[in-house]
Design a protein around this ligand. Structure first.
Ligand SMILES: Cc1cc2nc3c(=O)[nH]c(=O)nc-3n(C[C@H](O)[C@H](O)[C@H](O)COP(=O)(O)OP(=O)(O)OC[C@H]3O[C@@H](n4cnc5c(N)ncnc54)[C@H](O)[C@@H]3O)c2cc1C
Length: 384
């Protein structure tokens, strides 16, 4: 086992952290409050190669491994999860195109994300179809050489700022089994019949754009189908192995940020004539927070390593990492607020924002309950 990061990986981590401290930290709370999408910061991140960091080099990406991608995510989220998500999710859904798309699709849809000219999204969830993806009802019917799409997608990240979306559609409602009736189809936001309504009032990650998408007889060419018709659900399962690992890295980053803030505050805040960090109760909190964060980090890095070197355990590892790290993020941010006392309850301190932001990691890309179902299924079916 090799635990050390390479010099290059350390350099990536340090450079991204510097970027986050300089460009994001000063404005994070402003974007959170106004719930606005940080176009300029995403553009600057694109110039550093961060919007397509894991895209293949031939399509303009940096070609980072999943571990390197996790390092980038961790540092951005340690500073601000809302803007961090805008950067790391600029190409959300592109994994399907990278893994299953045609050369023409890759050439057309990947480079604009890397250049910061376009943003995309993955549209899976619907008002009535959340955890149960097989209940997706957005339909795509063939008419000549076009797909005609009808339905609604809910909670879509980048929904009202995105230029195109990989949309999970029901293409074969009469398929033999409950998994084979779905296909992924790319829909451009400027197609007739497409509209998006921004969802406001989120508890956390408020700089990130979330919207409901409406498809009203939207026509796209046959060539927008990603991969094989009827394989959309199975393609998604592979997508989740990668993206759940990324959410785990988001959670580790949030916990890391909270640990740093809590340590700093414990050293400077004085009560009873000494710094609160001298009280054993606070020391134990700090010790537990750092230990839990490190444990979550190791599990996440192993999952990230498995994305690149799959030895058959990835599905379970990705779910374990997400489920564990998201619990750590919510617990650690809770303790960080506690260490700040009353000061942690208002938005003068970043821990207030991190506390709100942490919650989403237990919900999106499959809730914690669903992750446990996946882990148990892998255990029972494959005996991992
Ligand atoms: C800010 C935000 C961004 C998002 N971004 C995207 C996106 O970009 N693309 C996208 O497609 N979706 C996105 N989502 C949707 C997200 O993935 C879903 O919210 C999530 O999968 C849960 O679905 P649901 O909200 O319908 O909850 P439900 O499925 O209704 O679940 C409600 C509760 O029941 C529990 N539950 C459900 N089924 C089971 C079961 N079998 N066993 C045990 N417990 C169960 C859940 O764990 C949860 O506690 C986003 C959501 C949010 C809030």
């Amino acid at each position: 086992m090799e635990y050390n990061l390479t010099d290059e990986q350390r350099a990536i981590r340090d450079e991204v952290r510097r970027f986050a401290e300089n460009e994001i930290a000063p404005v994070a709370s402003e974007y959170d409050e106004s719930e606005t999408y940080p176009y300029e910061i995403v553009q600057k991140a694109a110039e550093m190669g961060l919007t397509g960091a894991h895209f293949p080099v031939e399509y303009g990406g940096v070609g980072y491994t999943s571990l390197e991608n996790a390092l980038v995510t961790e540092e951005l989220f340690a500073v601000d999860p809302g803007i961090g998500l805008c950067i790391t999710s600029a190409g959300f859904g592109a994994e399907a195109i990278i893994n299953f798309g045609t050369d023409e699709q890759k050439e057309r849809f990947l480079p604009p994300i890397v250049d910061g000219e376009s943003v995309m999204g993955a549209a899976i969830s619907e008002p009535q179809a959340g955890s149960d993806v097989t209940s997706v009802r957005t339909s795509a019917e063939k008419d000549g050489d076009e797909w005609v799409i009808n339905g609604n997608k809910m909670w879509i990240t980048n929904g009202s700022v995105g230029d195109y979306f990989v949309v999970l559609c029901q293409t074969d409602p009469d398929a033999d089994d409950r998994y084979s009736g779905f296909s992924q189809i790319i829909v451009e936001a400027d197609r007739d019949g497409f509209s998006a309504e921004k969802i406001t009032g989120k508890m956390g990650i408020r700089a990130s754009d979330t919207a409901e998408l409406i498809f009203d007889d939207v026509r796209v060419p046959e060539s927008n189908l990603v991969g094989t018709r009827g394989m959309g659900f199975l393609q998604l399962m592979q997508f989740f192995d990668e993206t759940r690992t990324s959410v785990a890295a988001q959670a580790v980053g949030i916990a890391k940020g909270a640990c740093e803030q809590a340590l700093e505050y414990a050293e400077e805040r004085e009560q009873f004539g000494r710094s609160i960090g001298e009280f054993q109760a606070i020391q134990h909190k700090l010790a537990e927070m750092h230990t839990a964060t490190e444990a979550a980090r190791q599990l996440t890095y192993k999952s990230a390593w498995s994305v690149d070197n799959d030895e058959g355990q990835l599905t379970a590892l990705a779910s374990m990492a997400k489920e564990f790290a998201s619990d750590v993020a919510t617990d650690v941010t809770d303790e960080a607020v506690q260490i700040h006392g009353g000061a942690g309850f208002v938005n003068d301190h970043d821990v207030e924002r991190l506390y709100r932001d942490a919650k989403i990691t237990q919900i999106y890309e499959g809730t914690s309950e669903i992750q446990k179902n996946v882990i148990a299924r892998e255990l029972l079916d494959k005996g991992i």
